[in-house]
Design a protein around this ligand. Structure first.
Ligand SMILES: Nc1ncnc2c1ncn2[C@@H]1O[C@H](COP(=O)(O)OP(=O)(O)OP(=O)(O)O)[C@@H](O)[C@H]1O
Ligand SMILES: [Mg+2]
Length: 642
């Protein structure tokens, strides 16, 4: 543009060319060009230029000012940002320092035993030596947090009050008088000796008999914290004693984590289902548990993660198990076993009415203004809808009643309270599930009722024998163990030697004998079915039926002696539940009946026997001559061990 302006040779041309670019209104520009005198026109043009320059100056000044101010703002923003960053860094540094300082301070101020403090301070040193984002930082802090949270010295300050303890036990559990006595005695000893090294209680008994819930009551009775580990699901020693910290994601074991949770060093610690641990565990469960439970060594329990010893000697350990048979002797030695047996129907009724129904109503947000279950209905549920040693199934059925009722209440169209009577049970719970009485109705030669003991309580079982064309073989089915198979062979030999002249219509030479023990899928073993097997064969071969409401248990010898067996109490309770009227057992088992509840003892006739001749007499009404020593020369059957 300047170049074009340069090319304008006269002032007139220059003004003519430049005028449109002037910073003036069009009217003014027109007036400028209309000035006739070149001189005046030139002066006016200059005026315009000067004016324009002034305004330009102003503009520039303003622009400068503007630039200056924006610059300032920008710079300020920049500075502020920088300041923030610096502050952040400063803060971080500060908090770094603060945390480090805190851990050190916390460890120094915490109530720790000296060795724990030393170990913790070593970790604090490591933490401080780490850079701000050291990769072990998190790990060290987690470890320090554990040390700081463990109850090294904190204790419940409650005194043992026996009266209160018994009150709590009675409040939470019906019956179990002997068990409660033993517990209170144990507490008394604890109080008297104030000994640090307490024994460990082991509650043994069938499922649903209150073992676990007793543990909780004891904690409350003592005013101590309650923690529980279910050992049933534990397969790996690390779950009990932790992983070394060198493992990624290492954790302390359950014992130490529960102690942390308890927050006091003298909680009641329930080790639930110790017997299950033994069966599922790979490795050496006994040694891991010994360290926990053995009063001689549990003041220095070592968890691999914690890496320093922790004193468990103030803990009151309570173990529970369905059977002690799978617990290794060294472990069992250190525990005081308290057996809890099955409940009778009357006991179940009281537990149901006084404990389970209120608990179930509460759990479902109901009360007796809304739902009432009649006593008769409760008895009906116990007798017809459950067949169990404990009361867990009963509680489930009651919960079902509560659920169904809740639905009706929410739907609205029902008059409150809902009253559940026996008639409504089938509507609510469906067809009754227990049909044992039917099985006991018919007597066949060869079918005899036996009694068995299992970890879930006593059971009645039926031993069935039949024969078919063959050549004198004995077939056994129903997953019988070796001992039971031997009992069957002993029985057969005994019968062939002792009962030969009673067996008139059976020829061993052309028949096979088949013995089956349902339920076929459950493995069974043990010698206690001896007299049942014997009676079943005797019944089959003589063609005489035995009353199925008569049950029996006992081992037999080849000489025909009936020996005592174990598990009598559970067996008798199961027999009572199943409607058995008479039980035959060895006279040496008489003493085992002492603590059978009266209700059961009165409902059953007990026959005590010493020899199989007595059994034959009682069941088949066959009287054999007295024969103390088996005389082989008299036997007509061919003695052949198979
Ligand atoms: N005597 C009783 N009085 C009151 N309630 C009882 C009694 N016995 C058992 N219960 C109740 O029955 C339920 C089952 O009991 P719990 O869980 O303690 O059984 P358990 O013996 O530990 O069984 P498992 O061997 O299967 O673990 C609990 O709700 C418990 O409170
Ligand atoms: Mg339990």
């Amino acid at each position: 543009m300047m170049a074009i302006a340069d090319r304008q040779e006269t002032i007139t041309k220059l003004i003519g060319f430049s005028a449109p670019y002037l910073n003036a209104a069009n009217q003014e520009k027109q007036e400028l060009l209309e000035i006739r005198s070149v001189h005046e026109r030139g002066i006016k043009f200059l005026d315009h230029l000067i004016k324009q320059k002034e305004s330009m100056k102003l503009q520039i000044e303003m622009a400068n000012k503007f630039a200056e101010s924006t610059n300032k703002q920008y710079r300020h923003a920049m500075l502020r940002q920088q300041m923030k960053e610096i502050q952040k860094e400063l803060d971080e540094d500060k908090s770094e320092k603060k945390e480090k300082k805190d851990y050190r301070q916390m460890v120094e101020e915490a109530d720790l035993p000296e060795y724990a403090r030393e170990a913790a301070l070593e970790e604090v040193d490591k933490l401080e030596a780490q850079g701000p984002n050291g990769h072990e930082e998190g790990m060290i802090k987690t470890y320090l947090d554990l040390i700081l949270a463990l109850p090294w010295n904190e204790k419940s300050d409650s005194e043992i009050d026996l009266k209160f303890a018994r009150e709590v036990l009675n409040r939470d559990h019906y019956g179990l008088e002997k068990v409660k006595d033993r517990i209170v005695q144990h507490l008394a000893v604890m109080k008297l000796t104030e000994k640090k090294r307490g024994t460990i209680l082991l509650f043994e008994g069938p499922p649903g008999t209150g073992k676990t819930s007793l543990g909780k009551s004891i904690a409350e009775a003592l005013g101590r914290k309650y923690v529980r580990v279910s050992l049933g699901g534990i397969r790996d020693e690390a779950e009990i004693r932790g992983h070394r910290r060198t493992y990624i994601g290492a954790l302390p074991g359950r014992i130490i984590s529960e102690m942390k949770k308890a927050g006091q060093r003298d909680p009641v610690f329930v080790l639930d289902e110790v017997d299950k641990l033994m069966t599922a565990y790979s490795g050496d469960p006994a040694s891991a548990l010994l360290e926990v439970l053995d009063p001689e060594q549990n003041d220095s329990f070592s968890d691999r993660y914690l890496d320093i010893v922790f004193d468990l000697s103030d803990v009151l350990f309570i173990a529970t198990a369905n059977t002690v048979s799978s617990i290794p002797a060294p472990l069992l030695d250190r525990m005081e076993v308290i057996s809890i047996s099955s409940y009778t129907n009357t006991e179940k009724f009281h537990i149901g009415r006084d404990h389970l129904i209120p608990a179930v109503l509460d759990e479902h947000g109901l009360n007796t203004d809304k739902l009432q279950i009649s006593d008769e209905a409760l008895r009906g549920v116990i007798e017809k809808y459950t067949r169990e040693a404990g009361v867990r199934g009963l509680k489930k059925q009651l919960a079902k009643i509560a659920r169904v009722s809740s639905e009706k209440i929410v739907n609205g169209d029902i008059e409150l309270p809902i009253r559940v009577t026996t008639e409504q049970l089938e509507d609510i719970l469906g067809r009754k599930t227990v049909r044992l009485e039917d099985a006991l109705k018919d007597d066949f030669p060869g079918v005899v009722t036996g009694l068995a003991w299992t970890p879930v309580g006593g059971e009645i079982l039926f031993i069935e024998s039949t024969f078919m064309p063959g050549k004198g073989e004995l077939v056994l089915t129903g997953q019988l163990g070796d001992v039971m198979k031997e009992s069957a062979r002993i029985s057969l030999s005994l019968i062939r030697s002792r009962l030969a002249n009673q067996i008139t219509h059976f020829d061993f030479a052309v028949n096979d004998i088949h013995i089956h023990v349902p339920a076929g899928s459950t493995p069974k073993d043990g010698p206690s079915a001896g007299i049942t097997l014997f009676t079943s064969l005797a019944s089959l071969l003589t063609g005489r039926a035995v009353d199925t409401k008569t049950a029996m248990t006992g081992e037999i010898t080849l000489r025909g002696t009936v020996l005592p067996v174990g598990g009598i109490k559970e067996k008798v309770l199961a027999a009572h539940r199943a409607g058995i009227k008479r039980i035959i057992m060895s006279s040496e088992n008489k003493n085992d009946l002492q603590d059978i509840p009266e209700e059961t003892a009165n409902a059953i006739e007990f026959n005590f026997v010493d020899r199989i001749e007595d059994v034959i007499d009682l069941t088949l009404d066959i009287k054999l001559p007295e024969q103390v020593i088996l005389d082989f020369s008299e036997s007509t059957g061919e003695m052949k061990t198979q």
